[in-house]
Design a protein around this ligand. Structure first.
Ligand SMILES: [Zn+2]
Length: 615
């Protein structure tokens, strides 16, 4: 190394050592003294909440409590927080130091704009929101907090609606965490009041619209002609004009109630969900057959026809309300013929049902559907995805490795929103908090690095056991995608009903068990990390119990083949001991349902069947 280079290196090191005391920085806290105050840019609930959150986390990091000034108060140096700034894209946020250096502006579009900007700043300072329980927050200790004086950052996420249906984000379990993860849902606590969607997923002909309990007797002709009889609980008679008029009135009445109550922001994005029932019994009357033929015989045609009718009928009064419909099951395929152009306010949700072990972009059928639907409803596609093993929520299901890839594909195809149905019943379902964390971070920005975020999460949440749990995370990835996992080549098929049989062999299960034994031992003295490791072990444990004989047979060989001294003293307990351990995890962590589908779905019945060996 030349002398010049050495001198330069020394200078650089010196600069690093004395950072961040650059005179040009916008300093918030210096040597544990407050150097700026927070000022409210407006008096909305969201802005006040954002100011308090910033104050709380700055104090937790530095011990310093920043003052919160009212909108008309002044200070030499202020962090100005404001909401609902106009002229921004949906959910766009900004972090900007003004040209005179006296103000750090934190702002954003919508009622969540300010809080999203505050969390962005906190994350830049190293804060992480890793779980439902605020004890999972990673809060670095800092005596000085600052941002560069030339900071000028703005960002709008690619999807205007972001929500994973994860139990960890359920309104009752974790709304505070959901807000930190920037998911799209409104919460009263922070001044939210708009509800993005009216009606559930299968709304036509159930309690939402054209309720058969109310109308079947007087108007059987509104309901499907099946087996020669007008029938309840099947699809409506979609061609019936009187039924359509009634439907339009019902939609208008619901919109009006919400408008009048003031509890619904009709200037924001409002979806009215109109979709077929979850049934494949359709009306066979001559008019319905004619309507079907007009759309080239495609099942989805009459549904689009109804959506067009309602969208035109409400457009004048509610120009921003969007009709949202589901392309699903027998009607997931785009129509072969489109006799009438889709109304500009009709949005189509494609239900993704490809192989979860492969990125969407390499799968012919889902890509063809997305492309064809994109031509019929340009810029108006949304996605309904499935991200859980519905046959068994607890079992390992490592499809989070593909989130970023798939989000990029959806973004590039102009998809407006992505919703994902995750496990509903078990907080200790496979990696549920890590998956929710990765999902929401990548939903906001698909360019983030999945592995880096996962490692950060595991390092923090599993502490002394993080080496083993990081190894388990990688083991699962290699079990699906082989020794070059990033190529994403596999013969494995993973979907909602494949509990790890084809891709996770007994040898890998044995190795997983040993990794967890060591992680549990290493974290034994720490309640938080030990609890997390126990919770994470449930998926692996579930499979070891179910496939006990297989795992036992390879267990000794696995120990040898791992060639790792730390595994030498590990024994595989008896099957019943493992069931007891599994049962105790269920008692200590929230679970009310372990799968979709047939009853019984409660945890006690699962444990009973494991004890009796009937599973
Ligand atoms: Zn009919």
């Amino acid at each position: 190394m030349s002398r010049l280079k050495r001198t330069l290196c020394a200078l650089v090191s010196l600069c690093v050592m004395i950072a961040p005391a650059y005179a040009a920085d916008f300093v918030v806290v210096e040597n544990s003294n407050a150097k700026a105050a927070i000022r409210l840019g407006d008096n909305s609930g969201g802005t006040k909440f954002a100011a308090k959150e910033l104050q709380k986390y700055v104090k937790a990091m530095s011990g310093v409590e920043l003052k919160i000034l009212a909108t008309n108060e002044v200070a030499a140096s202020t962090i100005l927080i404001s909401n609902e700034r106009k002229g921004l894209k949906r959910d766009e946020i900004g972090l900007k130091v003004t040209s005179n250096g006296s103000t750090l502006e934190l702002y954003g579009e919508g009622r969540r704009g300010a809080i999203n900007a505050v969390y962005e700043l906190l994350e830049r300072w190293g804060v992480r929101f890793f779980g439902v329980d605020p004890k999972s927050d990673k809060i670095p200790s800092k005596t000085t907090l600052s941002v560069p004086s030339d900071l000028s950052y703005s960002y709008a996420p690619p999807f205007e609606q972001r929500f994973p249906g994860s139990i960890a984000l359920d309104r009752n379990v974790g709304p505070a965490w959901a807000v930190k993860l920037r998911v799209s849902r409104e919460y009263k606590k922070i001044g939210g009041k708009r509800d993005a969607q009216m009606g559930g997923g299968h709304s036509l002909g159930n309690k939402y619209y054209i309720n058969p309990q109310k109308y079947f007797e007087a108007h059987p002709e509104w309901y499907g002609l099946v087996g020669g009889k007008r029938t309840k609980g099947v699809q409506l008679c979609h061609s019936n004009q009187e039924m359509r008029k009634q439907l339009l009135e019902e939609v208008k009445a619901k919109l009006k109630v919400r408008k009048d109550s003031g509890a619904f922001d009709l200037d924001g994005i409002t979806y009215v969900s109109l979709s077929y029932l979850d049934s494949n019994r359709f009306c066979k009357c001559p008019e319905c057959k004619k309507l079907l033929a007009e759309w080239g015989g495609s099942r989805v045609g009459p549904l689009l026809d109804i959506c067009n009718y309602v969208a035109s009928g409400i457009e004048e009064e509610y120009p921003k309300a969007r009709i949202l419909t589901l392309a699903y099951w027998d009607w997931v395929e785009p129509p072969k013929k489109v006799p009438r152009e889709l109304h500009k306010n009709v949005y189509v949700t494609i239900c993704q049902n490809g192989n979860k072990a492969l990125p969407v972009r390499v799968q012919e059928t889902p890509m063809r559907r997305l492309t064809e639907w994109g031509k019929i409803a340009p810029g108006r596609l949304t996605i309904w995805d499935w991200d859980a093993c519905f046959r068994n929520y607890i079992t390992p299901h490592p499809i989070y490795h593909l989130y970023a890839d798939d989000f990029k594909t959806f973004r590039d195809l102009g998809v407006k929103r992505v919703s994902t149905q995750m496990e509903h019943g078990a907080v200790f379902a496979d990696f549920v908090e890590l998956r929710t964390y990765l999902y929401t971070k990548l939903h906001w920005n698909p360019e983030l690095d999945t592995d880096e975020m996962a490692k950060e999460w595991i390092d923090h949440c599993c502490g002394a056991g993080s080496v083993e749990i990081n190894a388990y995370y990688k083991l699962l990835e290699r079990a699906v995608w082989g020794d070059e996992p990033k190529k994403r080549k596999t013969r494995a098929r993973m979907h909602g009903y494949n509990p790890g049989r084809g891709w996770l062999n007994a040898l890998n299960l044995g190795k997983s068990f040993m990794l967890f034994e060591n992680a549990l031992a290493k974290t034994a003295g720490d309640k938080f990390t030990h609890g997390n490791v126990r919770c994470l072990s449930a998926g692996m444990l579930m499979l070891v119990i179910e496939r006990y004989d297989e795992v036992k047979a390879v267990f000794e060989d696995a120990k040898k083949s791992m060639n790792d001294a730390s595994f030498e003293n590990i024994k595989l307990p008896s099957r019943l001991e493992l069931v007891d351990r599994f049962e105790q995890i269920g008692k200590d962590f929230y679970i009310w349902c372990w799968r979709e589908g047939p009853q019984p779905r409660d945890f006690k019945s699962l444990v009973k069947s494991l004890k009796e060996g009937t599973r």
